[in-house]
Design a protein around this ligand. Sequence first.
Ligand SMILES: C[S@@+](CC[C@H](N)C(=O)[O-])C[C@H]1O[C@@H](n2cnc3c(N)ncnc32)[C@H](O)[C@@H]1O
Length: 312
Amino acid sequence: MPKYALLISPRAEAAYFHQAAEVAFAELSGAVDVAPEVLSHGDMRFLVVDVAEGALPGLLRLSFAQGAFAIEGDAMLPVAQTPGFHLHPDFVWGEKYRGKTNETLTQLLINLALQQVDRPAEELTLLDPMSGRGTTCLWAMRYGMRSVGIEQDKQAPVDIQRGLKKWTKLHRQKHKLSEGWVQKVNKRGAGKYLEFAAEGVSARFITGDTVAARDLLQRKRFDVIATDVPYGVQHQGRGQRSALEVLCEAAPGWAESLAPGGAMAIAFNSYQPKRVALLEAFSGLGLEEVPVAVAHRMSESILRDVLLLRRG
Ligand SMILES: C[S@@+](CC[C@H](N)C(=O)[O-])C[C@H]1O[C@@H](n2cnc3c(N)ncnc32)[C@H](O)[C@@H]1O
């Protein structure tokens, strides 16, 4: 059985900065039983694994993987395998806007959570409880997962709709766009939603405060929760709430929204909130932490990390 080398993509180098190889190693380690080896060739970096060829489409879904090569003697032969995603890649990468979560990091969050859930992605549902303009939900559709996002910014669905209309026109993609209201709306949650469906999967973007998630979601539960939380102070009318204050209030609702056997991946700036404070916010809610070493420095003031939790 040949070994396979997975090329670390320039996208991953850009997303994870100096820690790209470490993040890739941690992500791959969650997907295979034997520890990968690191291999450099000029400027290219690879992770080498001993797996059957049938495992490659799954491994090519890892956020760092550009492609796979079979190692035969001194030669590395490209393998014609694909990750088998739905929809065109620019469904996720196409729109650029301020505050967008890096697409590669978003894919990492989904993968880390999926590695904890022992069912195929196509059977699962995903929630992003702070969904912004929808990067996680769009990724979920590429994996074949039905998804729901909650975002407080009322402009978000307007922007999402504009982006989707542009994209479907460009790709002549058959689709359905609809709007509605969730049945039960509490004082803090606006409850209006935009829904997009194509290729048998859908994403619903609900406007509202994530603190009211249980009502906005009509008590539905999800197999995967993946989200990138704000890296600074949130403006709420005239008051201001830190990311941690919002998360402390929202955590019980998020935990309740996670189905048994499900997993939650939260990206955060570990300077604010600190990991220990974030963990504390989720303590006593029936979730257990899964250690994962994917922290990477983005700038002097942002050391991005991921908290991975699962419900047994
Ligand atoms: C880091 S951004 C997420 C960006 C998103 N992943 C994307 O790519 O578009 C965090 C988001 O959380 C939203 N947010 C903050 N507090 C919230 C709350 N209480 N309820 C709902 N959304 C909230 C912010 O408006 C912001 O859009």
